[in-house]
Design a protein around this ligand. Structure first.
Ligand code: CP
Length: 318
């Protein structure tokens, strides 16, 4: 594997989930695989889980790790060609990415969307240029339109915790927020769940207010419901997440009704496990009574980020 940027980079998701669970049961089984290899993690935006879990995963495989907070500590990057760099940008991505590739055997990159131009964000221009110029394998640590490490983790968590008969009903439930957030997490979750549904692993529904429809390239095969209570009936997993509008790009649109998941709403479900990628705003996106209650899977889910990252690094090193 030379690139991990979406579910399309994985040939067999069932086997990939099993590989991650095998690593969870024996984290140091491949402790020499990454000897004398260096992982570079490049952050254009903040992170807690992605940063720490990916570092830990690399250490478990015997790798060295370098972290670069490019947004705070690096030179301001130019991404466009043909620009006379007489403004605020100091270094071109052509040189910056190529130089980082000289120091590292594998690179990870986090680059959020600006949410100003849908065409620009959905072109993944920055991420693609970084991949093109760095010359080494790349892991997405969340790009403008996808967060594949998170979605892989989410599938691992569902697979690991599902003890029922048959196929679990998984609901991606839009939640309120005060800020405009990217669509990367729900896009990616929808993409992974749609593939998992095609493989008979889940039954997938998206619940959202009108105006928050995601790009259909990610949601193909999902049921779409505009009534949260209706979607919650019979759900085995509820994946709570806010996102801004894709159609009215980057906008926070008014949503009628109560879209925050509470214990009262949770009673409509099949005693569902509640997931969120974190960070979460308590009692705005998700009720604290759920986060502090027995149905919350958020800490286990965050813990599983380690095994998702380790499975991908192992694949790249192998
Ligand atoms: N879920 C997630 O990616 O967390 P961080 O933004 O803290 O890395």
């Amino acid at each position: 594997m030379k690139l991990f940027s979406s579910v399309h980079d994985v040939t067999d998701i069932k086997q990939f989930v099993q590989d991650a669970l095998d690593l969870k049961s024996d984290p140091h089984a491949h402790a020499a695989l990454g000897k004398n290899k260096t992982l570079g993690l490049v952050f254009m935006n903040p992170s807690l889980r992605t940063r720490l879990s990916t570092q830990k995963a690399a250490l478990n495989l015997g790798m060295s790790v370098i972290v670069m907070n490019m947004d705070k500590e690096g030179w301001a990057l130019e991404t466009q060609d043909g620009v006379i760099m007489n403004g605020t940008t100091v270094e071109h991505i052509r040189e910056a990415a190529a130089v980082m590739g000289q120091y590292c055997d594998i690179l990870g990159l986090r680059s959020f969307p600006k949410l100003q131009s849908r065409d620009e964000d959905y072109s993944e221009d920055f991420f693609n240029k970084f991949v093109q110029f760095c010359g080494v394998p790349v892991i997405s640590l969340e790009s403008a339109t996808r967060h594949p490490l998170q979605s892989f983790t989410d599938l691992i968590t569902i697979r690991e915790t599902w003890k029922g008969a048959g196929t679990p009903k998984v609901v991606l439930a839009w939640a309120p927020h005060v800020k405009a957030l990217p669509q990367a997490v729900p896009n990616s979750f929808a993409e992974w769940m749609s593939k998992a549904q095609a493989e008979g692993m889940v039954d997938f529904t998206i619940a959202q207010p009108e105006g928050y429809e995601l790009d259909e390239q990610f949601t193909g095969g999902a049921k779409l419901v505009y009534d949260l209570d209706a979607a919650l009936r019979g759900a085995d997993y509820v994946y709570v997440k806010n996102w801004s509008s894709y159609k009215d790009y980057g906008k926070v649109l008014p949503a009628s009704g109560n879209w925050m998941l509470t214990n009262e709403k949770l009673r409509l479900t099949n005693n569902a496990g509640v997931m969120h990628c974190l960070p979460v705003r308590r009692d705005l996106e998700l009720a604290s009574e759920i986060l502090d209650g027995p149905n919350s899977l958020v800490i286990r889910e965050a813990g599983n980020r380690l095994w998702a990252a380790q499975a991908i690094l192992k694949k790249m090193l192998s």
